[in-house]
Design a protein around this ligand. Structure first.
Ligand SMILES: Cc1cc2nc3c(=O)[nH]c(=O)nc-3n(C[C@H](O)[C@H](O)[C@H](O)COP(=O)(O)OP(=O)(O)OC[C@H]3O[C@@H](n4cnc5c(N)ncnc54)[C@H](O)[C@@H]3O)c2cc1C
Length: 587
């Protein structure tokens, strides 16, 4: 049994109290957009998520996708669900109006995307990849390419894919070997791409592949990679899908999870070369990919929240249904009453609320950066690896707790609990493994600006201590202030030690990522608790029960998750070279 209800009230609270949504809309000069509208959109999306997408999730997992005669057949019901998603205009939310979009803030798209991924992560990956393709084309495509492809991608009539990975080029995309040879007004692409999400399906009349490839005279390494559009069907003179291009899925991966998301090995150019069109300038492909990375990486972090929320809701449902033990009067005890089960449910709840706050704050920073607000671009850069890395690590832990709440039943596929755990496992791997996120955070985001953006974030975090005290939450304030102070020390330590130990810095980067994740979660929960306390005495739309629960959940976070900041700080500052004592042969 796995019911799903959109957490619309918590989303509304975060948009209102943490994101300051109405101020954001003002900064973006969106006169007709406000919190009320955003809340209606989230509630509407919640209905489609709960009623249409969520019921397909388990069957999609069980039946998966199939490859027949070079065509990938999606799981049962997915095509109909996709039509509904598209016809209701959900694909158009955040895209620019000139291409048929609604130009809503990215943070609204993020709040809605949370729901799709909770309801059915395998399904939601398809629109997620399309959004990535749209962004790449908007930022770097020629007017001609934009006119030909964007309106159909924005409407959802066609879907998009990202073809980066090859057998020898995973984390290291400098090794991309797919070839692109000029041929008149286009290029002929040959090569193989692996692990391509939704690389083929029958839900839409065309699929637009974005492909990284190398021109014949390209320099070696990252500076010789270009980006191409390779449509599944070439467009005819009317711009409609016509002849089949020389690009196809040659096999599907058998995987641990997300079974309803086809993971394709794509072969380009088996019959002479797939027709591709250069996006932007030659040899700038990887740089273009990097401009889209903040959004894509935050989107994967968001999936961590989504799958954790789904698992949490299932755990609560089971904990109320399942009885173990009896009282003296013979009545049965629901397992939700057992303290250890209670601990697990609170850990899931506090983790989800912290992640939701962080995801939406980070998404809104992307909007603020677009609106030209000072400091936001650097903040986006800094928060992105934390959102991606920490939230996806949390997803592994929290979906595992759902299994634990179920006891033996959690290990049994019929309960539905294993699916969320299996589905969550990919999140720490794709879109840059968390090892790569950690290196990004400590290297490009901290050392390369000498800790400036980090110092600004830590300063802003420190201010919340006084909000907690003003709200009468002194114990929370003490713990919180100590953790922020510890992070300030860690920042200093990193800056002082990095030059002497550039190689081993990588060995502690992951602890730094997790430290910043738990601290950022505490920042969100501290702000939430202080805001909730403040609202209690006013007329407010949330009600005493919601606000009281918010404060209690934040307290749980401070007592159960915040101590992990200290643990990671200690490991980081003492554990530098232990990982390198053994030679490779000793393993
Ligand atoms: C289900 C699924 C869907 C995917 N979807 C897509 C898609 O749509 N499009 C696409 O292009 N790709 C996709 N991928 C590919 C995915 O992005 C890569 O698998 C991922 O980037 C890791 O690359 P790799 O598998 O080659 O692992 P490797 O790069 O071989 O990494 C193996 C290990 O080494 C570590 N490592 C590697 N290099 C370094 C380094 N420099 N420093 C520290 N540690 C390092 C990694 O962190 C990891 O722990 C998908 C993968 C899967 C499994």
């Amino acid at each position: 049994m796995s019911i799903y209800n959109a957490p619309a009230q918590d989303t509304a609270f975060v948009l209102d109290q943490l994101v300051q949504f109405d101020n954001l809309c003002e900064a973006m000069q969106l006169d007709e957009v406000n919190l009320e509208l955003a809340n209606v959109i989230v509630e509407e999306a919640g209905r489609l998520a709960a009623e249409v997408l969520a019921p397909l999730n388990a069957e999609g997992d069980a039946k998966g996708t199939k490859l027949n005669d070079d065509k990938v057949q999606e799981a049962p019901g997915y095509s109909e669900a996709y039509q509904q998603y598209m016809e209701n205009g959900w694909a158009t939310l955040t895209a620019p109006e000139e291409f048929g979009g609604q130009a809503l803030p990215n943070v609204v798209g993020t709040a809605v995307n949370e729901l799709w991924h909770s309801a059915n992560m395998a399904f939601a990956l398809c629109p997620m990849l399309t959004q990535g393709s749209i962004e790449a084309l908007i930022a770097h495509g020629s007017d001609e390419l934009k006119q030909a492809y964007l309106p159909r991608l924005v409407s959802g009539e066609w879907t998009g894919t990202m073809n980066l990975t090859e057998p020898a080029a995973g984390s290291d995309l400098a090794a991309v070997a797919t070839k692109a040879v000029p041929n008149g007004d286009h290029y002929l692409i040959t090569g193989q791409k692996i692990y391509i999400t939704w690389g083929d399906h029958q839900m839409t009349p065309n699929i637009v592949h974005l492909v990284l490839a190398r021109l014949p005279d390209a320099p070696a390494g990252v500076k010789g990679i270009s980006l191409f559009i390779v449509p599944k069907f070439l467009l005819d003179e009317n711009g409609e899908p016509g002849e089949l291009n020389d690009a196809k899925c040659i096999s599907l991966e058998h995987k641990l999870g997300i079974h309803a998301s086809p993971t394709c090995t794509m072969s380009f150019g088996d019959n002479g070369g797939a027709v591709g069109y250069l996006v932007g300038e030659a040899n700038r492909g990887l740089a273009y990919m990097f401009t889209m990375m903040n959004h894509a990486r935050q989107a994967v972090g968001l999936q961590g929240l989504s799958i954790s929320e789904r698992a949490y809701q299932q755990a609560v449902w089971y904990a109320k249904e399942r009885t173990q033990g009896s009282r003296k009067d013979g009545s049965k005890i629901a397992i939700i009453e057992h303290p250890d089960v209670r601990r697990m449910l609170m850990a899931q709840r506090a983790g989800c609320e912290a992640m939701r706050g962080l995801a939406l704050i980070a998404a809104a920073e992307i909007d603020r950066a677009h609106a030209g607000e000072g400091g936001s671009a650097a903040r986006v850069e800094l928060l992105t690896p934390i959102v991606k890395g920490w939230m996806t690590e949390m997803a592994n832990e929290l979906t595992s707790l759902n299994i634990q709440v179920h006891g033996g039943m959690g290990f049994i596929e019929e309960s539905g609990a294993p699916q969320h755990y299996r589905d969550a496992r990919i999140l720490a791997i794709y879109e840059g493994t968390n090892g790569i996120q950690a290196l990004d955070l400590i290297g490009r985001k901290t050392l390369s600006d000498e800790g400036t953006a980090l110092a600004a974030l830590l300063d802003e975090m420190a201010v919340v201590e006084s909000d907690l005290r003003a709200a009468g939450l002194d114990k929370f304030a003490n713990r919180y202030a100590a953790s922020v102070a510890r992070a300030v020390e860690v920042r200093q330590w990193i800056l002082e030690n990095a030059a002497a130990n550039p190689q081993v810095m990588g060995a502690v980067a992951f602890d730094f990522l997790m430290l910043m994740g738990y601290l950022s979660g505490a920042w969100v929960m501290a702000k939430s608790a202080a805001a909730a306390k403040g609202l209690e005495s006013e007329d407010n739309p949330y009600g005493a029960e919601f606000l009281g629960a918010k404060v209690a959940t934040a307290r749980f976070y401070a007592e159960h998750y915040l101590p992990r900041v200290e643990q990671h700080a200690q490991t980081l500052m003492t554990g530098l070279d232990a990982a390198f004592v053994l030679s490779d042969e000793q393993f």
